[in-house]
Ligand binder design. Structure first.
Ligand code: GAR
Length: 199
């Protein structure tokens, strides 16, 4: 059994889709939700699904143990970032080499980096009059939005689009692809099966 911890600090719509996707999977389980915001919607989603939560605070994350002991105590094999905005400390990257995956709501390397998250990304995309945006799923290293890309998918941006409508389009893509890509990465690292091709 491979165990996933989802790190999320927002509404948790991606976390909800991932939880649903693995609900009846006998080999992969969402075992922990890690969150740095006591009021985040993702905590309600975890509670409804009966998944344990770990509320983390800055000092211990960046200058303490990075919560490695807690992750190990839960037997966590993979870390999935789904709307988690803090940089991942080196100790965690080292403990989970190639086993931390992030989703970014744009086509990296465009619109990435510190401060580029959620609606700020979609505002910048509309402002720049981009004709396309999309999602990037990538491995996590010690730099923001930097590790090797696993999967990207595009969606059109029309002149009528607003940051809110772009956000909706991007969320739709995230919900469609993120759970199955996570499954493919876990399987690849467990039994060597292939990752899906880019379309
Ligand atoms: C998602 O769109 C995700 O791509 C983004 O936060 C949103 C969380 O939504 N992540 C980043 O911007 C990271 N830089 P959710 O809480 O509904 O899943």
């Amino acid at each position: 059994m491979k165990k996933i911890a989802i790190f999320a600090s927002g509404a948790g719509s991606n976390a909800a889709k991932i939880i649903e996707h693995f609900q009846y999977n006998p080999e992969i389980k969402v075992s922990l939700i890690v969150c740095n915001k006591p009021t985040a919607g993702v905590l309600d989603i975890a509670a409804r699904a009966g998944i344990p939560t770990l509320l983390i605070e800055k000092e211990n994350f960046f200058r303490g143990s990075a919560y490695l002991e807690e992750l190990e105590a839960h037997g966590i094999d993979f870390v999935v970032l789904a709307g988690f905005l803090w940089k991942i400390p080196a100790a965690l990257v080292k403990a989970y080499p190639g086993r931390i995956i992030n989703i970014h709501p744009a086509l990296l390397p465009k619109f990435g980096g510190k401060g580029m998250y959620g609606r700020f990304v979609h505002e910048a995309v509309v402002e720049a009059k981009e004709t396309h945006t999309g999602i990037t799923i990538h491995y996590v290293d010690e730099f923001y939005d930097h590790g090797r890309t696993i999967f990207q998918e595009k969606v059109e941006v029309s002149p009528d689009d607003t940051p809110a409508t772009v956000a909706q389009k991007v969320h739709r893509l995230e919900h469609e692809h993120f759970p199955r890509i996570i499954e493919a990465v876990v399987n690849q690292q467990t039994d060597g099966s292939a990752l899906p091709n880019q379309r």
